[in-house]
Design a binder for this molecule. Structure first.
Ligand code: 2YG
Ligand code: MG
Length: 268
């Protein structure tokens, strides 16, 4: 699980309006539309739930401890949609108890291994990795103007890449996968193509979902000239020179899509 840094999050809360416009420019979808499509939730129901849903964000000191700006960033993303949201004054178990005692319907919290939304009404847990996978896949679907029948390459079959495969199946895409560790591509469904030589064949794929913790593996000279890339992996999977050329065809940010999709999933 990649650990975000304070630098990754700097300015996020102040730039959500511009960020949303950049998403529309790339995907023809707003952050809310991406989250609702990924969660299978009607937008008007999402909007309606702002009236009856209170959300708490709980700082967690376990493990490597607090990340400066993390709970503030999560809170600002949720507030951006008009939901009443507060960061608990207490941390950890005390923070959870505080959130519940103040009537929070959903608790957002992360330790070093899991980032979850806990729905106190339904009692279920929404995982950031699954939400990030579905949200980024929905964004790529937008960039492609629909991925049905089109081929998508999923690079990195881990806790984000694997759920993304499920979402691409729902979209009826043709799926190819690559992972540096052949164990990760065992017992995938037979209709999935296993790509064995990334350097050689990357240029054949127009739609790419990069979900590895490895930075700089996608080089400019290997990319399809019209590539569209959803890159939830941190650090960024493109080399700086590839990103310079493809930046308006790349979706890559530290929290926004994952948190927005967790919220929508928790409201279904
Ligand atoms: O409450 C806090 O401030 C800390 N306990 C938060 C720790 C979060 C650690 N996890 C990560 O940094 C990422 N896995 C978060 C999700 C990244 C999504 N691409
Ligand atoms: Mg209530």
């Amino acid at each position: 699980m990649t650990r975000l840094t304070q630098q990754d999050l700097f300015g996020l809360d102040l730039e959500l309006i511009e960020y949303n416009l950049s998403l529309v420019a790339k995907t023809n979808l707003t952050l809310k539309q991406i989250a609702c499509q990924a969660a299978g939730l009607e937008e008007n129901l999402f909007n309606k739930r702002t009236e009856d849903t209170l959300i708490a964000v709980v700082p967690i000191t376990a493990g490597e401890g607090l990340i400066n700006g993390f709970t503030q960033s999560v809170c600002s993303i949720i507030r951006y949609f008009g939901f009443k949201t507060f960061i608990t004054e207490e941390t950890d178990v005390s923070g959870m108890a505080e959130g519940v005692s103040k009537g929070a319907d959903i608790l957002f919290m992360a330790d070093d291994n899991r980032f979850i939304a806990f729905d106190t009404r339904k009692g279920n847990v929404i995982d950031n990795a699954v939400a990030t996978a579905f949200g980024y896949a929905a964004a790529l679907n937008g960039m492609a103007n629909g991925l049905a029948g089109k081929e998508v390459l999923v690079i990195g079959i881990g806790n984000v890449g694997k759920p993304a495969i499920e979402y691409f199946k729902q979209l009826k895409s043709k799926i190819a996968v690559y992972d540096i560790n052949s164990e990760k591509i065992k017992n995938l469904s037979p209709d999935i193509h296993i790509e064995s030589d990334l350097r050689q064949n990357l240029q054949n794929y127009k739609y790419i979902f990069e979900a590895t913790p490895q930075g700089g593996i996608l080089e400019l000279k290997h990319l399809h000239s019209e590539a569209a890339i959803a890159a939830p992996g941190v650090p960024l999977g493109l080399t700086p020179e590839a990103y310079a050329v493809f930046s308006d065809k790349v979706i890559h940010e530290p929290l926004q899509i994952g948190v927005a999709t967790m919220l929508a999933m928790a409201l279904v």
